[in-house]
Design a protein around this ligand. Structure first.
Ligand SMILES: Nc1ncnc2c1ncn2[C@@H]1O[C@H](COP(=O)(O)OP(=O)(O)O)[C@@H](O)[C@H]1O
Ligand SMILES: [Mg+2]
Length: 468
């Protein structure tokens, strides 16, 4: 059932509407005057308002603004006996769906109503979709217990209420997009749009018109004027991802927006002011890009005011169980799987893995495991093999084991590397004499043989110092 409100003292309008829409599942309510119209909107959801342009009590435009403020989802169709073209243009520009001049045929009104209801439906569907998407992609907060991440959270709070440009760096999947959304949400622009553009995904010319818009005829295929993402993000935040690879031309345009807060559409030299907060992200080392001459130095300094570096997941392993549990709850609910948690062994694998794809990879691994898991707990078998595969320890020395961010290994596995090195060194020092090597290592010969077999040591590896 769709609800239509009719605010037109002229009985012809209601009659025409009743006639032209009789077969649809509609509820028509007639009200008198502007006050009654606004009051009727308070109480319930109205899909469409059909109003006279010269309603007693309020001018058409004032009514339009009042309705849009009160009930943004309500479509509006105006009817006017003495409307001017300027009135119609202004009303449509400010969001009215249609503007009919009286007298009109019932079918004309019927068509306008049909169109307005369809677009109202689209708007509503869009909103539902966006909400679903936000629930799916946007955790309300950045999940972390890592001190570096908590410091980042503080920076976010501090910069959120400013319009400062923030550069987010870090490997892919570390949560740059999540953080950009968090900055937007914490800002006083939270009610404005958040517009995200992946600058690495489009070729230069397309990207320029995507960001800045274009005027008709500025290139083949530009059949109408079109506003770009910067205009779309007015009053809100624009998040430009993968900024490191942008072309020279793009960089010039970006510098201009950041300096002067104005843009020009492609093919037009008119400056359009845009009140937009700019957030940028890159997984490249911009300083190196500057040194290599691929990134403008002046732009670099302009965007380098506040930089947030997202640490890779392997450098904040305490977050792994937190994130894993959080993803588990989400995917279990989404897929209606009654899964409780992870077995200890599975969690150990997660905590020990290298995570080159960072949080995104962990998220995918958990989603897959939730789908595959047949028991109550996710076990090692539900995880991808390569995650749990025995690591190659042949080159692991004490430094690499203790390096910051090094992969955590079970003690027994971790010690294999150093043990192998020591045995090989002893064998070399005694020219392959196993008895003396064993003696120097403080173990008996059979233990040495067993270890050599287990570690796959056959010959002493030659090294210059052992010769001669
Ligand atoms: N701290 C976090 N808490 C919850 N989810 C996160 C966090 N960091 C990343 N994610 C999730 O991991 C995925 C990748 O994050 P994203 O922000 O897109 O990374 P990036 O932009 O750095 O490539 C997203 O699905 C996101 O929801
Ligand atoms: Mg991203």
């Amino acid at each position: 059932m769709r609800h239509i409100l009719i605010a037109d003292p002229d009985p012809e309008t209601a009659a025409a509407l009743a006639e032209s829409t009789s077969r649809r599942n509609l509820e028509l309510v007639v009200v008198q005057g502007a006050d009654a119209t606004l009051a009727a909107l308070e109480g319930k959801e109205v899909d469409l308002l059909v109003a006279d342009w010269h309603l007693p009590g309020l001018s058409g435009l004032a009514l339009l603004d009042a309705v849009r403020a009160r009930s943004p989802e309500t479509s509006i169709v105006f009817c006017a006996a003495f409307g001017t073209v300027e009135d119609a243009v202004e009303a449509l520009r400010r969001g009215a769906r249609d503007f009919l001049c009286k007298p009109f045929a019932p079918e004309q009104l019927g068509l306008a109503v049909e169109r307005a209801l369809d677009s109202a439906k689209l708007v509503r569907e869009n909103r539902t979709l966006r909400r679903a998407l936000e629930e799916r992609t946007g955790p309300e907060r950045v999940v972390s217990s890592d001190p570096r991440m908590l410091r980042i959270a503080k920076i976010v709070q501090a910069v959120a209420r400013t319009r400062s440009t923030v550069l987010l760096t870090g490997e892919s999947g570390t949560g740059k997009t999540v953080l950009a959304r968090a900055i937007h949400r914490a800002s006083d622009r939270a009610d404005g749009p958040f517009v995200e553009v992946n600058c690495g995904a489009l070729p230069e010319t397309l990207l320029e018109s995507e960001l800045f818009g274009h005027v008709r005829g500025s290139f083949t295929g530009a059949i109408k004027d079109r506003a770009g993402k910067f205009e779309e993000a007015r009053g809100g935040t624009i998040f430009l991802d993968e900024i490191g690879t942008s072309s020279a031309g793009m960089q010039v345009r970006l510098l201009r927006v950041l300096q002067d807060r104005v843009i020009e559409r492609v093919g037009d030299s008119t400056s359009i002011p845009v009140d937009v907060r700019v957030l940028l992200a890159t997984n490249l080392d911009l300083k190196a890009e500057v040194a290599a001459g691929r990134f403008r130095e002046d732009l670099y300094y302009r965007i380098h005011v506040i930089t947030v570096e997202m640490p890779p997941l392997r450098e904040r392993r305490a977050d792994i169980p937190l994130l894993a549990e959080c993803f588990l709850r989400r995917f279990a609910a989404e897929n209606h799987r009654p899964i409780r948690g992870f077995t200890r062994a599975a969690m150990a694998v997660l905590e020990g893995a290298a995570w080159p794809g960072n949080v995104r990879q962990l998220e995918n691994v958990v989603e897959r495991a939730v789908v595959l898991c047949e028991g109550e707990d996710i076990d090692v078998a539900d995880l991808p093999h390569d995650l749990a595969a025995a690591p190659d320890t042949s080159n692991i020395g004490p430094e690499s084991l203790l390096a910051p961010g090094a992969r955590l290994l079970p003690l027994k596995v971790a010690l294999e590397g150093p043990e192998r090195m020591l045995i090989e060194q002893a064998l070399r020092s005694f020219g392959g004499n196993r008895e003396r090597a064993a003696e120097s290592l403080g173990i008996n010969r059979s233990t040495l043989f067993a270890k050599m077999r287990r570690l796959g040591i056959h010959e002493p590896r030659s090294s210059p110092s052992s010769r001669g």
